[in-house]
Unconditional design. Structure first.
Length: 130
């Protein structure tokens, strides 16, 4: 009877030890953007070795919505509307761009005041001629 009680005490001690290391390992893994359940299981079965492993692993980047990169744009020479750099047809005036125009366009920044002023001057000259 005493021997059975002694075995039960050891089982309870080992169970608390495993749950404790599993929890601490899980918390450590969460701070590094890792899966908590998997790391709890590792800490539960491997104890201090699982905890050391969770402290050593690198931090993962957070998952979530990434802001898309701003796409480069160009200005239509007909209507001066801002369109995508890869556009073959202006959505505003319907002007078609041939492959050489698409390939030769550099990344003109529509936020650059000098570029915009040059374009406005060119369009006003073209309209006065025609």
């Amino acid at each position: 009877m005493v021997k059975e009680r002694n075995i039960m005490e050891w089982i309870v001690i080992i169970l608390f030890y495993s749950i404790g290391f599993g929890t601490v390992t899980s918390i450590s893994a969460k701070s590094k953007n890792r899966d908590q359940l998997s790391w709890f299981i590792i800490g539960f079965f491997f104890g201090v070795f699982g905890l050391i492993a969770s402290l050593v692993v690198e931090k993962l980047p957070k998952k979530g919505f990434k802001t898309p990169e701003p796409r480069e744009k160009k200005i239509c020479p007909e209507c001066a509307e801002e369109i995508m750099l890869e556009a073959k047809v202006c959505r505003d005036c319907g002007r078609k761009f041939d492959e050489s125009e698409i390939a030769s366009v550099t990344s003109t920044s529509v936020n650059d005041p000098k570029v915009l002023q040059d374009l406005i001057n060119k369009l006003s000259r073209d309209k006065s001629k025609g």
